[in-house]
Design a protein around this ligand. Structure first.
Ligand code: ATP
Ligand code: MG
Length: 385
């Protein structure tokens, strides 16, 4: 599958590299991303492509002090990567230095064949279990075709990764016109339909290896349309809970673009989300649809404080006033996003989020503010973001 989670090797002779790759060919589920001659080369590699596990051979380093200083920087910069030190002899001093530099394990080279696969399996499992405590989802529903739901979802995901400096997944559940891939210029062979059809249990590793990368911190789960699968089984709530759990285990945040879905699917997503946005335009037609969606979510037991209506493309003239929309919807929790066609279309045409294509635009600032509100909710709910 595209962009599998990787392991890479830093330094080391051919015998060590081959011992590691053969130990890792056991059922660890990580693809070999290659060998880097030193930590600087590894840092460049990690900028292009993240790795779940990095093996650092310390015997071959010409200047061990420098290597440990560089390793300390790398472990701080890549908190989700597990660094494992490889050494011929394990002295107490070496183990202490490795741990101080942030390595998770120090492996004696002569026991690689016997021990390494088990060590890596445990480290990867802990990575998954830890992140499962923290991940959250935001669902973006749409009150009408073209109301701007994908624009909101993509930019919210992007602003969240900037704000939190953590990995965020944008998941495209638009089985009809899925456009997230186009908005982020991301292509791939596999996506959400493939995850749902896997015979095996769906887990974080599977989600992460199927997602494609817009950047180190923003990953994309493509819709079937974007992967050339024009006839996928329809989107039902079957296995959606497992998908969402795996997303939360694999990512700090998952933003779901979910237009044109059944009420049952909307309710499943909303129940698993810290916030559900109902995106609409300031029109009578959209207000009616939004009202029906809000009602359906209430009926399905989704707490009203976890649902927010978002009126997109607001301009001062020729629109239903926000006060009237609040009244018609019967809720106060209604936010707005300004109409700025030039900035939004530029972003879509560039295949890049507003933070890159129109960083100073009002619409970008509003979506950054929306991300801050989401973070504030988390602090309120969990005591931390
Ligand atoms: N805040 C905005 N200001 C101006 N134009 C916008 C805004 N948000 C979205 N648009 C424009 O509206 C159009 C539709 O946007 P988008 O694809 O995000 O909507 P959608 O609801 O996801 O559509 P679809 O029903 O196809 O999934 C795009 O041309 C986009 O440029
Ligand atoms: Mg859309």
């Amino acid at each position: 599958m595209a962009s599998e989670a990787e392991f890479i090797i830093v330094g080391g002779d051919a015998a060590t590299q081959s011992a590691v790759t053969s130990a890792m060919s056991e059922d660890v589920g990580l693809a070999y991303g290659g060998a880097c001659p030193d930590i600087s080369a590894m840092a460049n590699h990690l900028e292009q492509q993240s790795a779940l596990v990095v093996f650092v051979d310390v015997d071959s380093a010409p200047d061990p002090d420098r290597l440990f200083r560089q390793l300390e920087l790398a472990t701080a910069q890549h908190p989700t990567t597990r660094f494992i030190v490889l050494a011929r002899e394990l002295s107490g001093g070496l183990v202490m230095r490795s741990m101080q530099a942030g390595a998770r394990h120090v492996q004696a080279k002569d026991a690689i064949a016997d021990e390494l696969a088990g060590v890596v399996q445990r480290l990867v499992a802990t990575a998954t279990a830890k992140s499962s405590e923290a991940g959250f989802a935001v669902t973006v529903l749409s009150a009408s075709g073209g109301c701007g739901a994908t624009t909101i979802a993509v930019n919210l995901a992007n602003e969240l990764q900037i704000l939190m400096s953590r990995q965020v997944l944008i998941m495209d559940l638009d089985y009809a016109y899925g456009a997230v891939g186009t908005y982020l210029d991301a292509t791939g062979q596999f996506g959400i339909a493939d995850v749902r059809e896997q015979a095996e249990e769906i887990d974080a590793q599977m989600v992460r290896s199927t997602a494609v990368r817009f950047s180190e911190q923003l990953h994309v789960m493509l819709s079937p349309v974007s992967t050339g699968n024009l006839d996928p089984p329809p989107l039902t709530s079957y296995r959606l809970d497992s998908v969402l759990l795996a997303c939360k285990q694999g990512y700090r945040a998952t933003v779901i673009d979910a237009p044109r879905i059944s009420m049952e699917v909307a309710a499943t997503l909303a129940r698993a989300s810290v916030l559900t946005l109902v995106v609409m335009q300031p029109s009578v037609k959209d207000t009616r649809m939004a009202k029906a969606l809000l009602h359906g979510l209430r009926q399905a037991g989704v707490p009203s404080e976890r649902v927010q209506s978002l009126v997109n493309r607001c301009r001062s003239r020729r629109m239903v006033p926000l006060g009237d929309i609040r009244e018609a919807l019967g809720v106060q929790n209604v936010e707005s996003v300004t109409n700025d066609y030039a900035s939004v279309i530029k972003s879509i045409n560039y295949g890049a989020p507003l933070s890159e294509s129109a960083p100073r635009s009002t619409v970008r600032k509003e979506l950054a503010a929306l991300a801050s509100q989401v973070q504030a909710r988390l602090v309120k709910h969990n005591g931390s973001a």
